[in-house]
Design a protein around this ligand. Structure first.
Ligand code: MRU
Length: 359
């Protein structure tokens, strides 16, 4: 299995996704700032993986914080992570989990045992990692029945092992169907501007021998029109309470074309991607990245000098275009609002504390 991120001897080690597919290089983060830089520079990316990286980064930062400043440093580090990438709610969910664990440890004894608190944060980060891998396997089990023998599945961006603790969400479902012995074919959108499809999804499929064909983003509609796609499977960065879904830019266009061509579109995401406190997609903050990512690639300018570009990293697909949402607790069908409420039940009443304002 691809090892996306791990905690090794009080450092955070991650596969450097900027170097893929040409080089399998690992990045060792020794300070929390190294982890922040890795998130900002996209050495690690993908909603669940960003959440895991942040939790490990917080643990790492607190490990190095002096006892007398433990509390102050902890919250300062959490705030620094909350300023990295605004769209994927897994980041804020993970920060909130770290805060809850920190506060639990701080109140559990008369004297603050700094070392115990530090080790508890490492433990919490490792739990977040392990739970994510389990959730992905469960999503695979729930979702694999949606794929029939002989199907061609279109996917966008990278919602694979690299975007998670391991196995993947959308690619996890594809992996599970493949492991079951189903014959399937994956159409991989290259995913401009950063080519997560071409560089990462194609790499994951190729190294596991899952048949895949790379296409440019603009080919997808035509392939659907020609009957060459049976279903679409994508991941998500934030799902609002009504099912509206933010995912990599281009997902919305795919979804509209899918409905036009009667191709079902499934979103695979863990419950940590569902933001029940943002009512609709209109409340989801969309990250705007540097125009340089659009003006060229890998340091080579492709547009004329002096031209400007815009670069929203995500878009929002309204719930009506989504056939169903695959989670670790089962498949959520319409009406999403009520069924999302049901799947959480009362026990998981989590209120967000970190992150951008929610509607
Ligand atoms: O900008 P990225 O590469 O972090 O965007 C990733 C995506 O949009 C993924 O589809 C999403 O995070 C789901 S990953 C399981």
């Amino acid at each position: 299995m691809i090892k996306t991120i791990s905690w090794e001897r009080d450092t955070v080690v991650m596969i450097d996704q900027r170097a893929l597919p040409h080089e399998e290089r690992y990045l060792t983060c020794r300070t929390y700032q190294d982890v922040i830089d890795a998130i900002n520079d996209m050495a690690i990316r993908g909603a669940p993986a960003v959440g895991i990286a942040a939790s490990m980064g917080i643990a790492l930062g607190t490990l190095n914080a002096p006892e007398e400043k433990l509390k102050k440093d902890f919250y300062r580090i959490c705030d620094a992570f909350a300023r990295t990438r605004p769209t994927a709610v897994n980041l804020f969910w993970a920060i909130d989990r770290m805060k809850s664990r920190f506060e639990l440890e701080c109140v559990s004894g008369p004297n603050l045992d700094a070392d115990r608190v530090r080790r508890a944060l490492v433990d919490e980060a490792l739990r977040i990692l392990e739970e994510d891998i389990v959730a992905n396997r469960q999503m695979g089990d729930h979702g694999k029945g949606l794929i029939r023998d002989g199907d061609t599945i279109l996917t966008h961006c990278n919602a694979g092992a690299l975007a998670t603790g391991g196995y993947g969400t959308a690619l996890g479902v594809i992996r599970a169907a493949h492991e079951e012995g189903k014959s399937l074919h994956v159409m991989v959108d290259e995913t401009r501007p950063l080519l997560q499809g071409a560089r990462l999804t194609a790499w994951e499929m190729h190294r596991e021998g899952i048949p895949a064909t790379l296409i440019t983003d603009s080919m997808a509609g035509s392939l659907m029109q020609r009957g060459m796609v049976n279903l679409i499977l994508v991941g998500a960065d934030r799902i609002a309470a009504n099912g509206d879904t933010a995912n990599k830019i281009g997902t919305y266009s795919l979804a509209v074309l899918a409905m036009e061509n009667r191709v079902p579109l499934y979103v695979a995401a863990p419950l940590s991607t569902i933001d029940r406190y943002t009512r609709t997609g209109r409340g989801i903050p969309i990250e705007e990245r540097s125009e340089d990512e659009v003006l060229g690639f890998h340091g080579t300018q492709t547009a004329p000098q002096g031209v400007h570009a815009c670069n929203p990293a995500f878009d929002v697909t309204p719930n009506r275009y989504i056939t169903a949402i695959i989670t670790e607790k089962g498949i959520i069908t319409k009406p999403f609002g009520r069924k999302i409420k049901d799947i959480f039940g009362d026990s998981a009443a989590y209120r967000p504390r970190s992150g951008p304002e929610v509607s």
